[in-house]
Design a binder for this molecule. Structure first.
Ligand SMILES: Cc1cc2nc3c(=O)[nH]c(=O)nc-3n(C[C@H](O)[C@H](O)[C@H](O)COP(=O)(O)O)c2cc1C
Length: 229
């Protein structure tokens, strides 16, 4: 299955068999190329064992992927953008995955990374049974009219994107060829990056991300950037 097809099937997995993912698959995961939103922002991704993290979830997996970043403008949406490509990729490998906003690095077993901040982690592993969705009815998401000023089928992949506590804080406006992307001030910019990742994966060739100074203010929202697809 391609990453694009996975957008319509993926689901957070919270049931795992507990067997670690083997070295050959770990190698494939680490060498999978992720496209950044901001290539100039330095990030660091590691696969770590359970003892390196603190998380109260009883189902946490034996291995997790952690990501650190420089704290530059746009770093949160950059991490959301990168890690959502990983979320989709892991599922194409037949693995289960779940973003873990609750997870922290364990200060007793890890050391701080100089000049970088820990941002978030993904739990991943062999799922218990089939964890994918089989139709769109399985997605609990806002209807199209609540996330955009104009119904636009190109935004369907973004509508289906996962977000922290399913908050779906994104809003899209149209201006000529451009789609402007906003994030609710109550929401997380990580989530805006996740929705952007789905727009990238579903329009890999045409996707272009940019920022413009001439964008309308949307009360209660932060402007994240604009795309052409
Ligand atoms: C940034 C982020 C943080 C999340 N943190 C957690 C978490 O700590 N625990 C958890 O069980 N699920 C977590 N989730 C999963 C969301 O609850 C889930 O993506 C959302 O409810 C939509 O469901 P779906 O992923 O199955 O489509 C997180 C998701 C995102 C995007």
């Amino acid at each position: 299955m391609t990453l694009n097809e996975m957008i319509f099937k993926r689901k957070s997995c919270r049931q795992f068999i507990g067997k670690p993912v083997d070295a050959e698959m770990i190698e494939r995961i680490l060498s999978f190329e992720l496209k950044p939103l901001y290539p100039e922002i330095k990030v660091r991704m590691d696969i770590v064992s359970r003892d390196k993290v603190k998380c109260i979830c009883p189902w946490t997996t034996p291995q997790l992927i952690t990501i650190y970043s420089e704290e530059a403008e746009g770093y949160l949406e950059n991490i959301g953008f990168l890690f959502q490509q990983m979320d989709l990729y892991l599922q194409t490998l037949g693995l289960g995955v779940c973003w873990l906003g609750m997870g922290r690095m364990n200060p007793k077993t890890t050391t701080a990374v100089e000049g970088m901040k820990f941002v978030i982690m993904l739990a991943f592993g062999h799922p218990k049974g089939d964890q994918l969705r089989h139709d769109l009815k399985g997605f609990k998401r806002k209807p199209m009219e609540q996330i955009t000023d104009e119904a636009d089928p190109r935004l369907e992949p973004a509508r289906l994107a996962p977000s922290a506590v399913n908050s779906q804080p994104w809003y899209f406006t149209h201006e000529g060829d451009a789609i402007h992307v906003y994030c609710s001030k109550k929401g997380s910019r990580l989530d805006a990056g996740i929705a952007l990742a789905h727009l990238y994966v579903s329009n890999e060739e045409a996707f272009r991300f940019f920022k413009t100074d001439h964008v309308a203010d949307l009360p209660g929202y932060t402007y994240i950037g604009s795309v052409t697809l």
